[in-house]
Design a protein around this ligand. Structure first.
Ligand code: GLA
Length: 762
């Protein structure tokens, strides 16, 4: 019955729309293997060039991910394609052909049948001497490439084979075509009508409701479009409807129109919204799917709970500062047993301070009480050479404020870390990145006008129970062009210590001017100088090396005193960047251990922007779950990069799941290793101090996945109890194998515990 009704409706639609059921192809795919030529040659754009013998490459992944490692500079892509004249009947505008070429890292020139049809970033191309060509590579790499040609353009050969050749220049990093779409199509309505759901974020209204504002822009300055706007919000798993509305709308030429929908409850399982505009005259629909935030972390209980690291390292005689992270109904009272001599715990703030002079391992207990109960947990204080025994959890100003960071923004971020409750889950560092420096005056680094009193700022952050960090470069200038530490290392370290800094990010940047092609000794040298300078201050300063992974820094970062070291270039808030960085961290797993952490760069959740103008992260909710899951499994520093004054319930849910954070903070300090890696899914495992293991299961595809996990194939035994760490819920007992659903680009985090009862029986 259902089938008949649908058949009837479909037929009626086809008759009304005047189409034949055998529709012509609406686009010609270019998502096929292309011929690939590293280097540059005058013959590559031409039609007569013989393509048969060369390497092929997929356009949807950068070339460095397809075996062309360390290839920078020029390379060419070529393909031939038949363009049928029937294509002209497709689309909304029948006079313009569009060539879509995904994105290109960094810049490109596109040739059709030997003739240049467009370019991005390559400002000069001299056919006689390609080597003198000049590429302006900055800022183009993530721009979608669409090239338009009139249907009458003589460069198009209708109903014949056409050669498309793309000359790419990559200034460094991945290189080449990626993402998509790769196709030929007629210019369509969707090329004028643009949905934008990304800029607005989500509004969490009163009574737990969730509102999404989005805009529809009509980019045509001449034509208005009338049609039906449909909004349909549904549970992604069972497709049950949460909201539905159809409205007649007129999109005036050049207009930006705002719409919204509201659902009554913030979802606790995956929910999607399908928004479509169907143009009245043509019946052409344009639609987009948006994934809504959903909250997995259970609400904090009223009972006292002690969160965060179970171990803390300090050097003998250094100032000690640790706020006991704990949740539960306020007010909480804090106590400790067996604290070493020299330390005091403040009963109402939970801040432990003082100093310990005697090296050794101190086994203490922390106790937190409120009107409904008491929590007690062991806490080990290691007084010795090593600090940062668990990865630092905190915030850094770069991914949100960039160079516009100021004293005021740092203070408000510190206050927000405390007042939002993040501090109660172990978040403890507030780090100033680039942009605070003035010049050296009488050999001492001065702060610029945005930071009137660094000492007072440190005191303020410490008074909240938080630690504070700073940034510099071993070169003469920082990456942002401010004064670096070159030649002033000891004086700078002394300044940091006298202000009260607890963390230094030391960023290579202009040290290339000192060592343009550094050998191993030159890579290590500047970091050794600052190591010595920091150690001489008598203050515990977490030493964070930032040189983008050069010379496999994970192998020697610890030997120059590093407590953490960046393993990659800068992250951005895209799936491409996140997954590219995150899933390549297996190479350095074995080098992480307490006091020494691989750092795949800071988090890109919430409101980010790298400057004064912020935007909501472009990562989908599922991608954000992947971000925290993977970074926790990797035992990486977790440094928030978002504006802490705009923390919404979804972001808080990502950052306050104590069972997830406990994986990151596990005292054993092991980094997860990948046990299954393919283009569709990945499985990573992390060993925990108590002998159990955590599995990180990741879906790399854009469809949901039911993953069968064969524990024996992964090297585990037979019987386990499994627990979903995001939901903090037992999933039951399994024998050798279990199946689990993972959302598109999403993750599951499973704690695998040997079932002790069964274990004893065996
Ligand atoms: C480099 C670093 C970033 C940030 C900026 C500051 O790009 O990798 O994390 O510190 O410099 O200029």
């Amino acid at each position: 019955m259902k089938i008949n009704v649908w058949f009837g409706i479909t037929l009626l639609f086809l008759i009304l729309a005047g189409c034949s059921p055998e529709k012509e192809q609406s686009s010609i795919s270019l998502n096929q293997p292309w011929q690939f030529y590293p280097g540059d040659h005058i013959r590559y754009p031409g039609t007569e060039f013989n393509d048969t013998t060369r390497a092929t490459i997929s356009p949807s992944k950068p070339w460095e991910r397809q075996g062309f490692k360390n290839l920078d500079g020029y390379a060419w892509y070529r393909c031939t394609v038949m363009i049928p004249s029937s294509l002209k009947q497709q689309g909304y505008f029948h006079d313009t052909l569009q060539i879509s070429l995904g994105k290109i890292d960094d810049c490109d020139q596109v040739f059709l049948n030997g003739k240049l049809i467009g370019e991005n970033g390559m400002t000069v191309y001299d056919e006689r001497d390609p080597d003198t060509s000049f590429a302006e590579s900055y800022g183009f790499w993530d721009k979608p490439r669409h090239y338009l040609l009139s249907v009458n353009d003589p460069r198009i050969r209708w109903d014949e084979e056409n050669t498309i050749a793309i000359r790419v220049y990559d200034s460094g990093g991945l290189g080449g075509l990626f993402d998509g779409p790769f196709e030929l199509s007629m210019l369509d309505l969707e090329d004028y009508i643009h949905f934008d759901a990304a800029s607005a974020g989500f509004d969490y209204g009163p009574g737990n409701c969730l509102t999404k504002n989005f805009t529809i822009e009509n980019r045509s300055s001449a034509e208005g479009f009338q049609g039906v706007l449909s909004m349909n919000v549904f549970n992604t798993r069972n497709r049950s409807c949460l909201f539905r509305k159809d409205t007649l709308v007129l999109l005036e030429p050049g207009s930006l129109n705002t719409f919204s929908f509201t659902i009554d409850n913030i979802p606790t399982s995956p929910v999607s919204a399908e928004v479509s505009f169907t143009e009245g005259a043509s019946g052409i629909p344009i639609s987009g799917i948006l994934d809504l935030p959903y909250i997995l972390t259970p609400q904090v209980s009223v009972y006292p709970r002690i969160n965060g690291a179970r171990v803390f390292g300090v050097r003998p005689g250094s100032p000690f500062l640790f706020k006991v992270p704990a949740t539960g109904k306020a007010p909480l009272s804090y106590f400790a047993e067996n604290l070493p001599e020299g330390l005091n715990l403040h009963a109402s703030t939970g801040i432990i301070s003082g100093q310990v002079n005697e090296p050794g391992s101190y086994f203490c207990s922390l106790i937190v009480e409120n009107s409904v109960g008491t929590a007690k947990e062991p806490f080990r204080i290691e007084v010795g050479d090593l600090i940062s025994l668990t990865p630092p959890l905190g915030w850094n100003s770069w991914n949100c404020w960039g160079l516009s960071v100021s004293d005021e923004k740092v203070r408000s971020s510190a206050l927000a870390m405390k007042e939002s409750g993040l501090i109660d889950h172990g978040w403890s560092y507030i780090n100033i990145d680039d942009g605070w420096e003035a010049t050296h005056v009488d050999g001492k680094i001065a702060t610029n006008e945005k930071f009137p009193d660094m000492h007072a700022l440190c005191d303020y952050v410490h008074s909240l129970g938080l630690k504070i960090g700073i940034y510099s470069s071993p070169g003469p200038t920082t990456c942002g062009g401010y004064e670096g530490s070159y030649g002033f290392e000891q004086a700078d370290a002394d300044s940091y210590a006298s202000w009260g800094m607890d963390y230094l990010k030391y960023d290579w940047c202009s040290y290339f001017r000192i060592a343009p092609t550094p050998n191993q000794e030159e890579l290590e040298h500047p970091y050794r100088i600052m190591e010595k300078a920091l150690l001489s201050t008598g203050r515990d300063i977490h030493y964070s090396l930032c040189q983008y992974g050069m010379g496999k820094v994970w192998k020697w970062g610890a030997s120059v005193g590093g407590n953490s070291w960046r393993t990659t270039g800068d992250i951005t808030d895209t799936w491409e960047s996140l997954s590219g960085i995150g899933f390549s961290q297996g190479a350095c797993s074995q080098y992480a251990n307490p006091g020494h952490w691989n750092d795949p760069d800071m988090l890109v959740l919430g409101w980010v922007g790298w400057g004064p103008n912020l935007h909501y992260t472009q990562l989908t909710p599922n991608e954000q779950y992947t971000h925290i899951t993977l970074w926790s499994m990797l035992a990486s520093p977790l440094l928030l990069g978002n504006d802490l004054s705009q923390l919404d319930p979804f972001t808080m849910n990502l950052l306050t799941n104590d069972e997830v954070l406990a994986v990151n903070q596990d005292p054993l300090g092991i980094q997860a290793i990948p046990v299954v890696q393919n283009d569709f899914y990945q499985i990573w495992t992390k060993g925990m101090e108590d002998g159990s293991s955590v599995l990180g299961l990741f879906n790399l595809t854009e469809q949901s996945l039911n993953l069968g996990v064969n524990l024996q194939e992964l090297g585990f035994g037979e019987r386990y109890g499994i627990r979903d760490l995001w939901q903090q819920r037992e999933l039951g007992k399994v024998e050798r194998y279990f199946e689990i659903r993972i959302e598109p680009h999403g993750a599951r985090m499973i704690h695998l515990k040997k079932d002790m009862k069964d274990f004893v029986k065996q």
